[in-house]
Write a protein that binds this ligand. Structure first.
Ligand SMILES: N[C@@H](CCC(=O)N[C@@H](CS)C(=O)NCC(=O)O)C(=O)O
Length: 190
């Protein structure tokens, strides 16, 4: 999300990416912990020595640095719609990352089926909300639509079997187009 926003803001070339290598919650990364006590990425170290963390904060920073009112509206109804869409997509992404740890990392005999079922139900509700309530908002390129596209890309990357496109034609067409943006192509999961 941060990198796509950086590209859309025209700031990508000013960012130096620092590879972390293997990145697991049970093995906190020493370098990242020094920058973010939560031990999570993304974290953005600024030239003045300060560090920003959490995608939402970094995305807003890029939008403000670029002076882009469209990427992150500064006031009014437009701002609340963008922030709420971003929160929906970010909440979905955070749950998906947790689900990845639960199903991909935790030993099978320690997994909790009720939690997995509840997370899957949450994914379904969020995909349905995007299809029924947010398609108009998704037409603009802003931190909310970017968060949505990146989260759907993550779903394709890690949870393709969930088949989020099934029964959601509007979201499918929207993502098919948005994912072709140079910012998305340049930062695609591999
Ligand atoms: N809401 C946070 C979530 C960040 C997040 O969960 N990042 C993952 C990247 S895969 C992470 O750092 N996981 C390691 C951990 O949770 O210890 C954000 O968007 O910045």
């Amino acid at each position: 999300m941060a990198l796509v926003t950086a590209h859309e803001a025209g700031l990508a070339e000013q960012i130096e990416l620092v590879p972390t290598g293997e990145f697991l919650p049970i093995k906190p990364h020493k370098g990242v912990i020094g920058d973010n006590p939560l031990g999570r990425i993304p974290a953005l170290a600024l030239d003045d020595g300060s560090v920003l963390y959490d995608s939402r904060v970094i995305c807003e920073y890029f939008a403000v640095e670029a002076g882009s009112e469209s990427l992150m509206p500064s006031a009014g109804q437009a701002r609340w719609r963008v922030l709420t869409l971003q929160a929906l997509a970010q909440g979905l992404a955070d749950s998906a990352v947790q689900m990845r740890y639960e199903t991909g990392l935790r030993p099978a005999d320690k997994q909790w089926p009720d939690l997995i079922a509840a997370q899957n139900a949450r994914f379904t509700r969020a995909f349905d909300a995007l299809e029924t309530a947010w398609l108009d908002d998704l037409r603009s390129v802003n931190v909310g639509s970017i968060a949505t596209a990146v989260t759907l890309a993550y779903m394709d990357f890690r949870f393709a079997d969930l088949d989020w496109r099934n029964g959601r034609p509007g979201l499918t067409v929207w993502y098919g187009s948005f994912s072709q943006r140079p910012s998305m192509v340049a930062t695609a999961f591999d």
